[in-house]
Ligand binder design. Structure first.
Ligand code: X8Z
Ligand code: ZN
Length: 617
């Protein structure tokens, strides 16, 4: 594939990308005017910038959407062309220079203006027009990597010939099969995608770093972290703190899971105490659903039409007084797996899109009627309702984003947590008999193992964050990707590969975000902490109910509280937003409190058994 450059707004509204060449004079007379104050000059610049930005952004997003929902040479070429136009605009030296000059006069500007200029500066830093050849090369590499990823076909080897399988089918085997050979074959098949992605990822690392360094960032990781107004050290310290706060519970869960799985597969856990990766239900061990016998969260969804999944999620938001989704959402979204017979290939990972930073909101999913997609649909609608809530005249276009990226990830997860509470499930007929019967601790155990919860933190704040930091700051040699990856997986998650992982494979590249949402995965770790903080506040202060047994459904006060946060977009400092909403700064305190009864139970359950793994930890 050949392409010139790519610039796009990612699924959370953060512009990333590159430009081929700077075009001069976009803003014409918007330069310094002798008679204008810095504030007047900034107002004029922002108005003019947005006017030219929106149509280019929309065209680029439309082309990107087409390329992600129907992988083809023609769509990739069109996406690249539109991206170039956008990149030449946002990364033009004129924009960079104007923003720099205005930000040098911060004392004369109001807060909203400074915030917009900071955002535009970060957008420009993704596409600095001062190094067009690097930016162009990056664009080509980004486009190739995405096309390779989204166009990949998984195969499970069999004596009679390899069988083509979808990502959903691999996930189903890992969730349901009790046959370790079958599990290992599915797990290994899921890792084959890393092989064709390895070289492109190494190339992208160098190009992304060169782009980031042009405007003074240490590396690409530092550029992404800058959106939080934090240094890299501060971000790593924050992630470590979240892991530390939940470490005791994670170790207990790990010990319990290892024993339970060894019994399930009638085998023994390896001597160093790490859990073999193919024993777990998720391809990366990022969450471990399906471990608690007797709680089958999928049962209520069997036989339901797949349309039910998003419609029920929408009903939840609507019950909180959020508007119904616009008809264009239903008309334009791509919610179900591509028909294998059609030959169409689409990105298999869920995402939510804000095409025009206004009314055009869409989601890309591959929904099947099960509990995993039920949770994911709530997650994606969280993004969609965030987009809708801040698309008002009060929020300037450059600030139509989350309070920070983690807030954007947290909202749908919060509603997913609310939709997993038993009083709600019972009310809407989605509580399986097993889940209804389970005692409170067993139900809590199931939640701790499920998505975006306790076992997710060592993965998100640990493995993913530490790998990408080391990768972009030059601490991993070219022939050491898998070695570095599995060292981190072993250390943080207590998981080991089922066999050797040669460097011709590239296991980190099997995770979508490493390729196309790079150096941002701590967003999800921080979102997990924020989710429990918001939930704790909502349950105790608004609902006056037990956070582990509550029901948001139909509560308009909860909706008003959430819209108070969502409608701000990125107009306020995120620390202040969190403090004002919950009364505390970012922390896993609420999360630890939520699971505290489980910790007590597990400590007893694990008494006399091995807890922990490897040495030293
Ligand atoms: O990528 C996602 C969302 C899309 S923004 C489905 N998540 C992370 C993942 O799947 O790895 C949600 C939880 C973590
Ligand atoms: Zn998301």
């Amino acid at each position: 594939m050949s392409s010139d450059s790519v610039v796009r707004l990612d699924r959370r509204g953060f512009l990333r990308g590159t430009m081929a060449a700077a075009s001069a004079g976009i803003f014409g007379s918007a330069g310094a005017l002798a008679s204008a104050t810095p504030q007047q000059e900034a107002d004029a610049f922002l108005a003019r910038f947005v006017e030219g930005w929106l149509p280019r952004l929309t065209a680029s997003d439309e082309a990107d959407w087409a390329a992600s929902t129907d992988v083809s040479e023609a769509h990739t070429t069109a996406k690249v062309a539109k991206s170039i136009e956008l990149g030449q605009y946002v990364g033009s030296p004129e924009v960079i220079e104007t923003v720099r000059r205005l930000l040098d006069q911060k004392a004369m500007l109001n807060d909203l203006t400074i915030r917009q200029l900071e955002k535009i500066r970060l957008h420009a830093a993704e596409a600095p027009g001062t190094i067009p050849e690097v930016v162009k090369a990056r664009a080509e590499a980004e486009a190739n990597q995405t096309a390779t990823q989204d166009g990949f076909t998984f195969h499970i080897p069999r004596p009679e010939g390899a069988r083509e399988v979808s990502a959903n089918e691999i996930d189903r085997i890992l969730l349901e099969s009790r046959d370790l050979d079958e599990r290992r074959a599915a797990w290994e098949a899921s890792k084959e995608i890393g092989r064709p992605l390895r070289e492109g990822l190494l190339k992208l690392r160098d190009l992304r770093n060169k782009v980031a360094r042009e405007m003074g960032f240490d590396n690409f990781f530092a550029l992404q972290v800058a959106d939080y107004g934090m240094s890299v050290d501060e971000m790593l310290t924050l992630c470590d703190r979240l892991i530390d706060q939940m470490r005791p519970l994670h170790r207990q869960l790990h010990a319990w899971a290892r024993r339970t799985l060894a019994e399930r597969y009638k085998t023994k856990a390896p001597g160093d105490g790490r859990i073999p990766a193919h024993w777990l239900s998720n391809r990366w061990g990022q969450d471990w659903p399906g471990l608690v016998e007797g709680i089958d969260m999928d049962e209520p969804f069997r036989g339901k039409p797949r349309e039910f999944i998003t419609e029920q999620a929408e009903r939840f938001y609507a019950s909180l007084d959020f508007p119904r989704l616009p008809s264009s959402f239903w008309a334009r979204s791509d919610l179900y797996p591509a028909d294998p017979k059609s030959g169409r290939k689409k990105n298999s990972h869920a995402s939510a899109w804000h095409i025009d930073l206004d009314r055009d909101v869409r989601s890309l999913m591959s929904i099947e009627a099960n509990s995993q997609w039920f949770t994911t649909a709530h997650h994606e609608l969280g993004h969609i309702y965030y987009y809708i809530s801040y698309s008002t005249p009060i929020v300037p276009y450059p600030l139509r984003a989350g309070a920070n990226r983690a807030f954007h990830e947290a909202i749908g997860d919060l509603i997913g947590l609310a939709a997993g509470q038993r009083p709600y499930l019972k009310q809407v007929g989605l509580l399986s008999p097993g889940a209804a019967r389970a005692d409170a601790t067993t139900f809590l155990l199931d939640q701790a193992l499920d998505g975006s919860s306790v076992v997710f933190l060592p993965w998100s704040a640990g493995v993913m964050t530490r790998f990408e930091h080391a990768f972009y700051s030059g601490q991993i040699g070219d022939g050491e990707q898998n070695a570095a990856w599995w060292k981190l997986v072993g250390q943080y998650q207590g998981i080991a590969p089922p066999g050797p992982r040669p460097e011709t494979l590239c296991d980190p590249a099997t995770k979508t975000h490493i390729n196309d949402d790079p150096a941002q995965y701590y967003d999800y770790a921080i979102a997990t902490a924020i989710k429990y903080q918001l939930h704790d506040h909502i349950a105790r202060e608004i609902l006056k109910q037990d956070p582990r047994d509550c029901n948001y459904y139909g509560n308009k006060k909860v909706g008003a509280f959430l819209r108070g946060i969502l409608s701000l977009g990125a107009t306020r400092d995120w620390n202040a937003v969190l403090r004002e909403a919950t009364g505390e700064g970012l922390s896993a305190r609420a999360m630890a409190a939520y699971f505290q009864p489980l910790g007590d139970w597990l400590a007893k359950e694990n008494h006399g058994h091995q807890v922990g793994w490897g040495s030293p930890e």
